[in-house]
Write a protein that binds this ligand. Structure first.
Ligand code: 4AD
Length: 477
């Protein structure tokens, strides 16, 4: 007999048919009503057992978390909360769940407790919903780019260059850590290492993606990136997924248009394809908001927040304008910011970004034309000689969600920048080559996938939107 998913059983017209389904018990009430879930949807299917015909030893084994195979007739349900249910004719316990030990009991667990049980937490409604939304979002990412003529490029995860400067890196080495070969000066001799040089996990696929943009035109990467920063915040991971489009013949304005169009597309896609999960997450967020003091509660529901992004143009503001706004802002004047903005050139902290988005503009903001000295070497220098064609997109509740730029396409200017920033130009010979052979204006950006998932699901800690988070002092599972 065909095994149906719970999702199909709930939407297809199968009334009075014999059906078969496999899943895990969420609850078992009155020795009669099983709520079964198989991960295909947030909803359970109710399966009604005839306890008089079911052997006692089988009934005993039906407990929260157990895996079951159920066959029966799909009938209209007279109970509350579901339209249909299965009258069970055959029930097989595929896997017991040892009820005294099973951690995921049918009650509210804290997110911290569930993080410690990340191997089982997707059996809860919250994490089931979050991970289905994550999966749908990643499909939407590919759909957007594939529909718009982009080629998907898999840039390397192990990199021999440390030029990006986006953060501390994790070393990749096959040397004996206790007894590495040494140079005369006592430093480790990486020439004897696996790759014959020092290598690390990549912080970004951008530099390699640029080489592909300068031949395939429009490309994107979507893969894991790694940063060994000791940032124990609710928005940082040591391993996170980044989406990085890179486009030849596109300037910064085009880059902003692309980023805005792309983000709106993927959000619209989840709104259309994850209705049930978003409805659940919206209720979850409302409950969470109720636990906060009145003045810290969000005035928008999750769906309103998502529509707010769709329905508004992202506000485009230069760094210089933003600094003026911040300098004259109340929290700056009253010294409420932890980092007071005193002069042009200051690096913006998350508190400043959130002020601009949440208090001042009250919509997503694209900041552009940052001071050259606080941005990466590869960003195109403006004619003023002190700002670069950088852009960051700031989101309510999240802060920075996108970082990108128009790239420096002029060989001499780039070489000069590489030298003044103390980067070894020999390491970047291939990157500089792009500026020697058929150089052209090109741009791209990086969007932190987990920050997007945070926004779309209304979750507040980035550790709760990636299956197995890697953070300082934590790499369980
Ligand atoms: O601004 P970032 O560092 O930009 C780059 O790496 C560029 N090479 C991208 C490009 O132009 N192709 O990072 C881009 C985004 C950030 O805006 C943020 O959303 C996310 O990556 N991000 C992180 N997400 C989770 N944990 C971290 N530690 C992150 N660091 C950056």
């Amino acid at each position: 007999m065909k095994v149906y998913s719970v999702k199909d059983l709930l939407v297809e017209d199968l009334l009075l048919q014999e059906v078969s389904v496999k899943g895990w018990v969420r609850t078992f009430r009155s020795n009669r009503f099983i709520a079964l879930n198989d991960g295909s949807t947030i909803h359970n299917i109710q399966c009604v057992v005839d306890f008089e015909k079911t052997p006692e030893e089988v009934l005993k084994r039906i407990s929260t978390g157990a895996a079951l195979h159920i066959e029966g007739t799909l009938v209209e349900s007279s109970g509350k909360g579901q339209k249909v249910e299965i009258q069970v004719t055959r029930l097989e316990v595929l896997g017991d769940s040892h009820p005294d030990e099973y951690p995921i009991q049918p009650k509210k667990h804290s997110l911290e407790f569930l993080r410690e049980n990340a191997h089982l937490r997707t059996r809860t409604n919250t994490f089931g919903a979050v991970m289905r939304v994550r999966s749908t979002l990643s499909f939407a990412v590919h759909r957007y780019f594939q529909n718009n003529g982009f080629n998907y490029v898999n840039t390397p995860i192990i990199t021999g260059s440390d030029a990006e400067g986006a953060g501390e890196m994790f070393r990749v080495s096959a040397l004996d850590a206790k007894n590495p070969p040494l140079n005369e000066d006592g430093s480790v001799n990486y020439k004897e290492d696996f790759f014959g040089k020092e290598t690390n996990l990549t912080v970004s696929g951008q530099l390699e993606a640029e080489t592909y943009a300068m031949s395939l035109g429009k490309v994107y990467t979507f893969g894991p990136t790694f940063r060994a920063e000791n940032s124990n915040t609710s928005r940082h991971l040591a391993e996170f997924w980044m989406i990085e489009p890179e486009v030849a013949f596109m300037d910064l304005d085009g880059n902003m248009d692309l980023a805005e169009d792309f983000i709106k597309y993927v959000i619209r896609y989840v709104l259309e394809h994850c209705k049930d999960d978003l409805e659940f997450l919206e209720k979850r967020l409302l409950d969470e908001e109720k636990t906060k003091p009145q003045n810290e509660r969000s005035s928008m529901t999750l769906t309103e927040k998502l529509h707010f992004v769709l329905d508004n143009n992202f506000k485009r503001v230069s760094y210089t304008e933003a600094i003026d706004i911040l300098k004259n802002s109340k929290p700056n004047k009253k010294k409420k910011f932890q980092y007071i903005i005193e002069e042009w050139g200051a690096d913006l902290q998350s508190e400043h970004e959130r002020f601009l988005v949440e208090k001042h503009f009250k919509c997503p903001v694209i900041l552009f034309d940052y001071p050259a000295k606080i941005k990466a070497f590869y960003m195109r220098l403006n004619d003023d000689g002190k700002t670069v064609r950088a852009m960051d997109i700031l989101f309510p509740g999240i802060g920075e969600i996108v970082g990108g730029s128009q790239r420096e396409e002029r060989y001499d200017v780039l070489l000069e920048k590489v030298k003044t920033m103390g980067i070894d130009e020999k390491e970047l010979w291939w990157y500089l080559d792009l500026r020697k052979y058929g150089t052209a204006v090109h741009s791209g950006f990086g969007l932190g996938f987990e920050r997007l998932v945070l926004f779309a699901t209304g979750m507040t800690n980035i550790r709760d939107v990636i299956p197995f988070p890697r953070t300082p002092q934590s790499a369980e599972f």
